[in-house]
Design a protein around this ligand. Sequence first.
Ligand SMILES: [Zn+2]
Length: 319
Amino acid sequence: MKTSEFLHRACPMCGATDAREEVHSRRRAEGITLESLRPYWSGLFKEKLFFSYHRCAACGLLYNPVFFGPGQLADLYSDMAPNMDLVPSAAIAATQRGYFQAAARRGGLAGGYLEVGPDIGHIVSAAAAQGAFDHFWLFEPNRAIHDPLRAATGGRPATLSADMDDFSAVPDGSVGLAVMVHVLDHLLDPRATLAQIRAKLRPGGTLMIVTHDESSLLRRLMGERWPPFCLQHPELYNPATIRSLLTRTGFGAIAVERSRNHFPIDFLARQTAWSIGLKVDRVPLPSVSIGLRLGNMLTLASASPQAAERVTRRLESVR
Ligand SMILES: [Zn+2]
């Protein structure tokens, strides 16, 4: 077994090292080499293969104690195809508009808009149309989609960057809404990113996060076949652990809800038929979109001045 080329790490939420293995693939990713993992990262092989997930004995976070290091990750992501190509874009747009409406219900759609991993900007265009944001700060690693992303802002002042780790160009205390959709559970150091975003939010500003929910019914039904158990997720959250992470990084007024993914009925029917070996291309099906709760959760949190003060006091007390 060769594990030395991978990163060995403590819990990314609390720093503890005592953790119990909870789920693993038949062959464990940490048991094979980086080079032989490449085709699995790109999804070329059907065999399910991922780094073993352990549950932290101290804070309850489900994470990979062995995972790709930062350099390996940058290399792997550089030749990865864009997300969710299989799902028709109208369905993705409907799903993401639903996310924006959830954030909009908190109000305060002004100041700066910051999004990490906005893809082609479905939420950005909703924010540009419905909000009064004065600047869009968009951190999207895929430069090939920067043009459509800029267009999604509808001509509002915008700064696009391919760097997902450095938000220093954004003025502190200026952002009214920050958004991360299927980003947080890809990060090696989620605390560092959240702390940076916390500093950028203005008082009362909102952070919206969409992640998978490892305590969902779907996860329990599917076991280790649950799709989010994969090489791209160094940790996975549930409502309790994401609350804890946000509290530890200076957020308050935290609300977690199960979110809906929209799929056209014809797409779902074809996928189902395809998975059981039927060919239904010729069958006319209604192209109506329906919302399903598929084991995702939407988390809203605020930059409460009290929470920030608590974190500052804690930081000062360790100096
Ligand atoms: Zn922990």
